[in-house]
Design a protein around this ligand. Sequence first.
Ligand code: NAD
Length: 513
Amino acid sequence: MKAFGIDEALKTLGILSVNEGTSTGINNFSSGDVIDSFSPVDGKLIASVKTTTESDYQKVMESATKAFKSWRVMPAPQRGEIVRQFGEKLRAKKEALGKLVSYEMGKSYQEGLGEVQEMIDICDFAVGLSRQLHGLTMHSERPGHRMYEQYHPLGIVGIISAFNFPVAVWSWNTALAWVCGDVCVWKPSEKTPLCGVACQNIIAEVLKENDLPEGISCLINGDYKVGEFMSKDSRIPLVSATGSTRMGKIVAKEVAGRLGKTLLELGGNNAIIVTPDADIKMTVIGAVFGAVGTAGQRCTSTRRLIIHDSIYDKVKQAVVDAYKQLRIGNPLDENNHVGPLIDKDAVAMYQGALKKVVAEGGTVLVEGEVLSGEGYESGCYVKPAIAEASNDFEIVQHETFAPILYVLKYSGDVENAIALQNGVAQGLSSAIMTNNLREAERFLSHAGSDCGIANVNIGTSGAEIGGAFGGEKETGGGRESGSDAWKVYMRRQTNTINYTTELPLAQGIKFDL
Ligand code: NAD
């Protein structure tokens, strides 16, 4: 019996016990080597999945190609109805899926539930969207002509996702892509393969109940080599890839080489600016949650705190004091604030970064440590650390996916803080804590934050599904989720219709025969 009712959750999600393979077998062509999924919570084997070989992949693509032919002609509101049913199933399985997310990835149970709630919310959003895939009409320069634009389904959308949001990122893509008339092939992270199987089982049930082709939602398993099947495949017009900047650069080059489209959601290096007019209590909560929540493994985690010199010592001390209250341990126990890192490689990266910041001249304010002993058997639990640093340190310029917060000082005007905030290669999330309207507006202005997300008086981490999500520069430029992010999943067509008996040419050109 595993911790906190996880066996019950696995059963509810159709995942069989250890080594019995992946799932219900629905649309499951995988026949390759086995990936064992170990929990970072307690180091135990949860279950295993088979990887997708190249010939399995061809079968998946045949299934997706066939499904697209019928799915694309189903009216969008009817596709919305399928997404609505999917959202209902998620509601029914929220606790089980939230628990699996927490146990396989290591985030708190509350965050696991929150991730499933995001899936439900994006389904609701997509249902409404299914009646609002609007194009524009325009006035033609030619008499008796009508012009408009419309959006058509794109085809097969390839989704590559990261371990840290093992279910929500998929749904951000699929819920929109499905109402847009696309079918999806998903390669989840090889570090969280069971979350992928669980989601596939849930949508497969909905498709079966509606007598729809399985190929509308396909799952492939494995590491980067399986991801490469998709980036190289010209049958996939759009590859949506979430993960490290390193991965994004490789995928972008590959897909661009065949003139396909990419939607890239890559690494962040997010900062909170704390001005002399900041509310210190709110700042401390925002900064600490942003830096240690999900053990610093959110793309929007707070990595840098940029504090004005007039309040520097006070804010620094308040944050250091707050760290003393942090409880580190099993994320399924809601008394704990900080769970484990995903695996021992991540622990090694954390240790390496701490060494590096000291070597570059940084001062450690809260010591890091790898925890051992009872409750920490997985070897993945670490103490959140804080170091005083300079923005130009190489390690500060780099995204370390762990709970390490760099504290930086600025002097003078808020422009100096904005320059530090923008002075990194990544451009995902940013925040300013201030009650000064002028500072807030300068931060949000054309000359302000260069990130895809810019917040005032809330931290960098956590976003709602209603807005478009994504970032600039090395974060990749993609936008997912709300607003008009749906447009990337469709192809745009401009139509001109002549309802006269004449054939006037555009720009007044004469061509008489
Ligand atoms: P990762 O880059 O190691 O892996 C992400 C996915 O890409 C995995 O499924 C992996 O198998 C696949 N992959 C890796 N190399 C590939 C290649 N050459 N071709 C095709 N696929 C390949 O990232 P990770 O460690 O799983 O996740 C952490 C990273 O993800 C962080 O940098 C984080 O900031 C980023 N992230 C970004 C967002 C966002 O929305 N911007 C969201 C979540 C995570």
